[in-house]
Design a protein around this ligand. Structure first.
Ligand code: NOJ
Ligand code: CA
Length: 522
């Protein structure tokens, strides 16, 4: 098994619009990110994954790409992106860009050409255009539903309909068309040529559609044909040295999931099973075991994800009576105990950091930011809010601009009002305030990430606790033992030489409830 950077890397996810604003327009940008690279280096991350940074009308926060070979003007320029890549590399930080192959923007050149060219044209063959059903084609070609709510079809002026699994502004590409295949190979090369080290593949399981199927998700989720696409992508990646493909693959079936990680497909994929797991010892252990059993035979490193730009912030999730997460039920507004939530999120961070494989940290996770649930309805930007008929509050609450410093908004994010408002209470959560505090979430992450680099990363684990225990305890090859107490009562620590790091205060030799510790053992 080769030891390459990505197998054990801590990868920090930058949601650029909300990271740092360099020009004071309230929107994060490349200038802001570049100015904060020392922060990320100090935090101890090995790589940065940026959400889509391409020109976009922002109908879905940039996942509606209008040009795959340029940078969104409000974020900066292509030249700045290249400088960012070089500056990150100079700090020993790898860079990962996000490619959206399932759909483009309705403002993308190909889609505009398809509208213009009319029914039956080669231009329309790059998408899924169909005639409607009913006497005059007034009904959509089938009853597929958009993942964001409402029908998955929109009718255009000449009467044809086009497919969009997400918002109408995101028309789906037709992956049966070799031109589409070629185009994306070229896009991959475009970014690899500019030095990016990895590609995060958006909605990776959805590309191939069975248009004759009347069914629901099974008509477009995880159809066998997707694997040929990623074999092609792997061949492109291997034209370059040490570049990786990371799949966004949400599938409940681990065997199907594992197929994406075969040696001639992707290098890694996000572990959403772990992200969605409840804060319970047996469930977490089961998720960890399943993950290891899925990855180890393939030689692929597991990944550990606690949050991203699509899900509820951990401190909020873990403070609720129901600690599960699903897209179908975000539990918006369910009461959350902030003290309990933070305590558990700290313990979860030490657990995730100690597990073998790669780790993802979503910006703001290291600051312990809560989900912002009281954004005024008229300020909500996530298309899910409107398309669900204002029933699903969507994902804006985990996308609020970061608080960096100072006592009031914009908390050093930029100069003026931010694109989503920041809560006043974030005064206590700024990076500046936390860096100076030895017991802050930031200090826990920074210490943990540095220790992890030295002692953890890729490899295996040996369980020291039983499957039914309320305590998770395991040893890593370096001798580091991680113990997490998910029970109600304090438990004694196993024999050890020293305590390396704890998520909260210990009571002598006892590990309190909802607390994790890293021990050095012989
Ligand atoms: C998954 C992305 O993470 C999400 O933010 C986006 O809305 C959908 N894919 C559609 O591109
Ligand atoms: Ca800006």
């Amino acid at each position: 098994m080769s030891e390459t950077w990505w197998r054990g890397a801590a990868i920090y996810q930058v949601y650029l619009r909300s990271f740092a604003d360099g020009n004071g327009d309230g929107i994060g940008d490349l200038a802001g990110l570049r100015a904060r690279l020392p922060y990320l280096s100090d935090l101890g991350v090995g790589a940065i994954w940026l959400n889509p940074w391409y020109p976009s009308p922002m109908a879905d926060g940039g996942y509606d790409v209008a040009d795959y070979r340029d940078i969104e003007p409000s974020f900066g320029t292509l030249a700045e992106a290249e400088e960012f890549i070089a500056e990150a590399h100079a700090l020993g930080i790898k860079t990962i860009t996000d490619i959206v192959p399932n759909h483009g923007s309705d403002q993308q050149k190909w889609f505009l050409q398809a509208l213009e060219a009319g029914p039956g044209s080669a231009e329309r063959e790059r998408f899924h255009f169909r005639e409607g059903r009913g006497e005059s084609g007034e009904l959509p070609p089938n009853d597929w539903k958009s993942i964001f709510g409402g029908p998955a079809w929109t009718r255009i002026a000449d009467g044809e309909w086009y497919l969009h699994l997400f918002a109408p502004e995101q028309p789906d590409f037709n992956w049966d068309n070799p031109e589409v295949v070629e185009e994306f190979h070229d896009v991959l090369r475009f970014w690899f040529d500019r030095g990016v080290d990895g590609i995060r593949i958006d909605s990776a399981a959805l590309l191939v559609k069975d248009m004759d199927s009347l069914g629901g998700e099974e008509a477009y989720t995880d159809l066998d044909g997707v694997h040929e696409i990623y074999r092609g992508w792997r061949r492109v990646a291997e034209e370059y040295a040490d570049r990786i493909l990371i799949g966004e693959v949400w599938l409940p079936d681990q065997e199907r999931f594992a197929q994406y990680l075969r040696p001639d497909e992707m290098h890694t994929a996000f572990n959403f099973d772990f992200l969605a797991c409840t804060w319970e010892a047996a469930a977490l252990r089961c998720s960890i075991d399943l993950t290891l059993a899925t990855h180890i035979p393939l030689g692929a490193p597991p990944t550990w994800v606690l949050s991203n730009h699509d899900v509820t912030r951990p401190v909020t999730k873990y403070g609720r009576a129901d600690t599960s997460f699903s897209h179908a039920d975000r539990k918006h507004g369910m009461p959350s105990d902030p003290v309990l939530g933070e305590r558990r999120a700290r313990a979860a961070a030490l657990l995730a950091m100690a597990l073998p494989g790669g780790l993802y940290v979503y910006q703001g996770e290291e600051l312990g930011l809560p989900e912002v649930e009281d954004i005024a309805d008229e300020l909500r930007q996530d298309p899910i809010w409107i398309r669900s008929g204002r029933t699903d509050h969507g994902r804006d609450g985990c996308r609020v601009p970061l608080p960096w410093s100072g006592d009031e908004p914009p908390f050093g994010f930029g100069a003026g009002p931010t694109w989503l408002p920041q809560p006043l209470e974030w005064k206590a959560l700024t990076a500046e305030a936390q860096a100076a505090n030895p017991t802050s979430m930031f200090t826990l992450y920074r210490t943990g990430l540095h220790l992890r680099r030295e002692l953890l990363g890729d490899g295996t684990l040996t369980w020291l606790s039983g499957a039914q225990d309320e305590v998770l305890a395991f040893r890593r090859e370096s001798g580091l033992v991680c113990v997490v107490n998910l029970g109600q009562e304090p438990v004694s620590l196993p024999e050890h030489e020293s305590v390396l790091l704890a998520s909260g205060p210990l009571e002598g030799n006892l590990l309190p409830s909802d607390t994790a510790v890293w021990l050095r053992t012989a």
